[in-house]
Write a protein of this length. Structure first.
Length: 742
């Protein structure tokens, strides 16, 4: 949009903008004229969060925690602006002003006092008034918290001035002043004394709630951790008692040392068993070798039978002796009894060995083996191996029993270890919980003392009585209303102008279509319903536009000396107005004594209206699509035998997007006129159709923009003048001779 277009838009809709501004300004004046003047009072409260000295911060503001200070100040602001705070403030104000018997300059002006008693306080509210402020406050609070609705609830939970919590939320503000620890309370209302009193009530209520909240928070936290510490201490003692009871019941003095000793003894016993097993295997191999040397002699059988009884007894003695030897290694056994028993068994073993040797010597009746080895030596060796084998077997049997004892001991100590671990873990967890709760309890007590010392609120600037000042808001609101109303309407007009994609101006046609505009035609729709002045202005613009079009036709066909000059009229879409435009152009040419033949398409079976002798229709048929000259068209009516007798032949073809027009005939024209309606956009289909026309015709193509507004007409043609020659303009026919255009 250019600057010129911008000012044209502003000038065209000036009255609309002025009317919108005046309406909004009048509405603003009507609204602000009924408003009362507002008074504003302020109060300043020091929180002492940053600059105070406490248990945790003995340096004052030198080492203040900014995050802590920010959070505390935000908490204070939230407390002051909370719904419950506003609810209690409204309740106190209502009780305070119910107890006033007459207007007091400290609390309210006479006009507002009368307003409250006449307009605000109803009969049910007056019934809550009592002899003192405390009793009245209790009555109002009870009515506010009642289950059934009443006038007190309707007044408090509303946006009613002075008492409504919504009104207080809008007009009572709490801010943090800069980066300090000061809170600023600001309240605005329509009565100066009421404004100051509301702030006083607000400060009293705020400090009371803050002190109560801090005390309750600190005591609740410390009580919680005190109880938690006591409970964790009880759990710790209970776990220790269960561990002691378990140790006593199972005679566990030192579980780790006891299990270590048992494990060492078991490993030693396993090593002894392995060594004894190795010895037994060697002795058995030696016995088998000796028996092979002796062979199957009857003497060996007799020796075995004779020595059988001695062998069994020797086996028992050797087993008992091994048992005594292993028992002597146990530190808990009685060593004196073991030694005596061992000596007795060893004496018996020696006696049995001597008896077996004597028995062997008496029955032995041979001296040498079949291999020539001394039989006596073999028998001695065989006897020694038998004795040793029996001793080894007895020791292995005792070792096996001892290993079974160790297995039973392991089956007892294994679950004892898991149970001890479980009890010890319970003690550790209980101890950690106890220490953590004890530390938290100490911190809670420290925080409680810190809170009580460092959060003392102090009023620095008390609420003051505001004075009346000139109020320029009304004038400002009226001016802003006028500017806002006009601005909104103008913004909407600009938005519509920017979003408008129609071909409304010749510049837009050149930009989107890419072709120059020969002329522009005014919007003649519903012109008969306009005033005489408007009709005359539109007719004057139309005459001037058609005169300009006539000049364009003459200039573009000036180079052709022969007659007729062929002019093509078409459009990309239907309903563009090309028939009406072609009719007006033909009338203008005929007004200058030119013979003009105007041909327009007609559907088969429909004869055209013969308004003019040289305005004829041609049939829409397949023959028309193949025509390469005007003579080949099937024309309804009489035409001169030679077309050279006409100065101009204007041929209208159907819309290009219908595809029903003779391509071969397009090469014969001297000028092509493309009619475009100003109230539509130019689409891709239109571009393709125009591209086809440019490739099919050899003549220059000029655009005619139809249906533009008068402002665009003045921009395109300059000052509109009365035509000196005004031919008769034909109106749009009510019944068209064909359905393609109007």
């Amino acid at each position: 949009m250019t600057i010129k277009t911008f000012f044209q838009l502003l000038r065209r809709h000036f009255l609309l903008l002025l009317a919108a501004g005046l309406v909004t300004a009048g509405a603003a004046y009507y609204l602000v004229s009924k408003q009362k003047q507002e008074y504003t009072s302020k109060a300043l409260v020091s929180t002492g969060i940053i600059s105070s000295v406490s248990i945790k911060n003995t340096q004052g503001g030198k080492s203040a925690d900014r995050d802590y200070a920010q959070n505390e100040l935000e908490n204070l602001v939230s407390l002051a602006t909370a719904h419950k705070t506003r609810e209690e403030l409204s309740t106190r104000l209502l009780a305070r002003y119910l107890t006033l018997d007459q207007a007091d300059r400290r609390y309210i002006s006479q006009a507002e006092f009368d307003f409250l008693h006449e307009e605000v306080f109803t009969a049910s509210i007056w019934q809550l008034k009592d002899t003192s402020f405390a009793r009245t406050l209790a009555n109002v609070t009870a009515a506010r918290d009642a289950a059934e609705g009443n006038d007190v609830q309707a007044l408090i939970y509303s946006d009613e001035g002075y008492f409504g919590i919504d009104y207080l939320a809008e007009h009572l503000k709490v801010y943090r002043r800069g980066n300090s620890d000061l809170l600023e309370f600001i309240y605005s209302t329509t009565d100066a004394a009421f404004c100051r009193q509301t702030l006083n009530e607000m400060l009293d209520l705020f400090m009371e709630k803050h002190t109560k909240l801090k005390k309750s928070q600190s005591s609740e936290v410390s009580d919680f951790f005190a109880e938690a510490t006591q409970n964790s201490n009880s759990r710790l003692k209970d776990a220790e008692a269960r561990l002691l009871q378990f140790r006593v019941q199972n005679n566990i003095i030192n579980y780790n040392e006891q299990t270590r000793t048992i494990a060492i003894q078991k490993e030693d016993l396993d090593a002894v068993r392995f060594e004894e097993d190795m010895k037994l295997q060697g002795i058995q191999a030696t016995r088998q070798r000796v028996e092979q040397e002796l062979g199957n002699r009857s003497a060996l059988s007799d020796i075995n039978q004779g020595l059988l009884s001695l062998k069994e007894e020797l086996n028992q003695v050797a087993q008992q002796l091994s048992n005594e030897e292993i028992a002597s290694a146990d530190p808990t056994a009685d060593n004196s009894l073991t030694v005596a028993r061992r000596a007795e068994l060893e004496a018996r073993r020696s006696e049995l060995q001597q008896q077996m040797a004597k028995f062997t010597q008496q029955r032995f009746d041979f001296e040498q083996s079949p291999n020539g080895i001394n039989t006596q030596k073999l028998l001695d060796e065989w006897l020694a191996t038998i004795i040793t084998e029996e001793q080894a077997s007895a020791r292995l049997s005792v070792i096996g029993k001892r290993q079974n004892d160790f297995a039973n001991i392991y089956s007892q100590y294994a679950p004892w270890g898991s149970r001890l671990k479980e009890l010890q873990r319970e003690i550790e967890l209980a101890e950690d919980e106890y220490l953590t709760n004890l530390h938290s309890y100490n911190q809670a007590m420290l925080h409680q003392q810190h809170t009580l010392m460092s959060t003392n609120l102090e009023v620095i600037d008390s609420p003051y009585l505001p004075i009346s000042k000139p109020d320029f808001k009304q004038l400002l609101l009226v001016v802003l209303g006028f500017i806002g109303g006009s601005g909104m309407v103008f913004a909407a007009l600009l938005t519509f102008a920017f979003l408008d994609e129609t071909l409304r101006t010749p510049d837009r046609v050149l930009e989107k279509v890419g072709m120059e505009v020969a002329t522009v035609l005014p919007d003649m729709k519903d012109i008969d319903s306009k005033s005489a002045t408007v009709q005359q202005r539109h007719e004057s613009a139309l005459h001037q536009a058609l005169a300009l079009l006539l000049q364009q036709i003459k200039v573009e066909t000036l180079q052709k000396d022969a007659q007729p000059r062929l002019v093509l009229v078409t459009s990309t879409r239907q309903q563009e107005g090309k028939t009406w435009m072609a009719t007006q152009a033909a009338n203008y040419l005929r007004a200058e004594d030119n013979r003009v033949l105007y041909l327009h398409p007609t559907e088969s079976g429909m004869l055209p209206a013969q308004n003019e002798p040289d305005s004829l229709g041609y049939e829409m048929s397949s023959r028309m699509l193949d025509a390469e000259t005007v003579d080949q068209l099937d024309i309804f009516g009489e035409v001169e035998p030679f077309l050279e007798m006409y100065h101009y032949v204007i041929v209208e073809i159907p819309a290009l997007l219908t595809g029903k027009y003779p391509l071969g005939l397009l090469r014969q024209f001297d000028l092509s006129l493309l009619v475009c309606c100003a109230n539509r956009s130019w689409e891709e289909a239109d571009r393709q159709a125009l591209n086809t026309l440019q490739r099919a015709t050899r003549s220059p193509i000029r655009t005619i923009l139809n249906g533009v507004d008068m402002a665009t007409m003045e921009v395109f043609m300059g000052e509109l003048m009365q035509p000196q020659m005004a031919p008769v303009l034909t109106s749009r026919p009510k019944r068209q001779p064909y359905q393609y255009d109007k």
